[in-house]
Design a protein around this ligand. Structure first.
Ligand code: SF4
Ligand code: F3S
Ligand code: FES
Length: 247
């Protein structure tokens, strides 16, 4: 059966949607159709992908306005007469067609202090309880597709916030390390608040909605970290201690 596709084509200097009618078979996903377009009509259509199994995080794109993985979006999700519009991630600069420059995220990763166990504990001597392993297991499922980063309005609509805001992917990294019993050298909550822009997040939960790994980014990482930052700042005993210490 033939389906109608609109695919954004262009580069950093601009571009537009182009129309295609393309063959679709049962069981196919959007990425299959992009590959068929490359094979039959537009051999130079640029698209990033790798695993085709929802695990490498490369094929992030916007499909009918929703940030999604092309390889995990089944064609059967759409009605038979629906036009499928495929555009690049909006938050990051376009390189060409569906490929964007996601180096913003690598920069934020570099700014995140690495896991650092207590001095004197060498690799091979790390020991932690199974319960501690399981607590942050959810956050380790992240495939770094950056759909959450692309969706968060703090940077999606405000280029000027990119400097100060690390984004939801790096809040879950902070939460993961905050729960790690051997990550002793950085106060992750303080760092998230002071250097990663945790305060910019107003808990809209859009990041959670688009995560293909179904990580509860807002409920399990962001909100608990915000609560702990607030507890520390407004706890009456901590405030009293601070006053005495200052004197
Ligand atoms: Fe992708 Fe989810 Fe990781 Fe964000 S948290 S980068 S949406 S897998
Ligand atoms: Fe952005 Fe997620 Fe917070 S979408 S505003 S980081 S809840
Ligand atoms: Fe790897 Fe889609 S191609 S997640």
């Amino acid at each position: 059966m033939k389906r109608h596709f609109r695919v954004w084509r262009g580069d950093s200097s601009g571009g537009d949607l182009e129309d295609f009618d393309v063959e679709v078979n049962d069981g196919e996903v959007v990425l299959d159709i992009i590959h068929r377009l490359q094979a039959t009509q537009v051999p130079d259509l640029a698209c990033r992908w790798n695993c085709k199994a929802g695990k490498c995080g490369s094929c992030s794109m916007e499909i009918n306005g929703m940030p999604r993985l092309g390889c995990m979006t089944r064609m059967s999700t759409f009605t038979a007469d629906e036009t499928i519009t495929v555009t690049p991630l909006r938050t990051f600069p376009v390189i060409r067609d569906l490929v964007t420059d996601v180096s913003f995220n690598y920069e934020k990763a570099r700014q995140t202090p690495a896991f650092a166990p207590p001095a004197g504990v060498a690799p091979g001597q790390y020991r932690m309880q199974q319960v501690d392993v399981e607590r942050s297991q959810e956050f380790r499922k992240c495939i770094e597709c950056y759909l959450c980063q692309n969706t968060c309005h703090v940077v999606r609509d405000h280029e000027e916030n990119k400097e100060a805001f690390s984004g939801p992917r790096f809040f879950i990294r902070a939460a993961e390390l905050d729960m790690h019993p051997l990550d002793a050298r950085t106060d992750r909550k303080q760092h998230a608040q002071q250097s990663q822009g945790l305060g910019y997040c107003n808990i809209t939960k859009c990041c959670t909605e688009v995560c293909p790994e179904h990580i509860k980014i807002t409920d399990n990482a962001i909100i608990p970290m915000k609560e702990r930052v607030v507890d520390r700042r407004y706890d009456p005993l901590v405030r009293l201690g601070r006053k005495i210490f200052r004197r």
